[in-house]
Design a protein around this ligand. Structure first.
Ligand code: AMP
Length: 141
């Protein structure tokens, strides 16, 4: 366990409750996926279980099992949608490891040979670009 409590008011909990908007690409009873607002590459999306946990360290293994299956589905769709050479999947646990939002999430980032990643939590992307990229992923699902 991480030792720290889950904060019901983290930004992804607010997205899950529909209190703030997101560019959704996938939803089922257990999982939501939406575009990262500060993408490290075009098509960068986040896969988030609906069940509350801060990160991998305090998550229910049954939730992890369901979530990773959806991570695979979204990684396949993102690779197809962006015709990428590969897909980077990342997940951070606590601040020392780079975590900034304390609701478990997996980053899915299409990657191409020779194209460096943009900085983590760097520049906010234009909403129209995010909307169009979400449509591309949805079309590939
Ligand atoms: P981390 O907790 O370090 O794994 O990263 C959190 C990620 O959430 C970063 O890549 C941010 O760009 C992204 N992010 C922060 N706020 C939002 C938001 N409102 N909608 C979508 N993505 C977000």
């Amino acid at each position: 366990m991480s030792g720290q409590p889950y904060d019901e008011n983290n930004i992804f909990a607010k997205i899950l409750r529909g209190e703030i908007p997101s560019h959704k690409v996938y939803e089922d009873d257990h999982t939501l996926a939406f575009m990262d607002v500060m993408p490290q590459a075009p098509g960068h999306l986040l896969v988030v279980p609906k069940a509350p946990s801060r990160n991998l360290l305090d998550a229910d293994p049954a939730v992890l099992a369901k979530t990773i299956a959806i991570v695979q589905k979204l990684a396949q769709a993102a690779q197809e949608a962006f015709e990428s050479d590969g897909v980077f999947v990342a997940q951070f646990n606590e601040a020392a490891a780079g975590q900034t939002v304390y609701h478990l999430h997996f980053h899915v980032i299409p990657r191409n040979e020779g194209e460096p990643l943009k900085p983590h939590s760097g520049k906010m992307e234009d909403g129209e670009v995010l909307r169009a990229n979400a449509e591309k992923v949805k079309a590939a699902l």
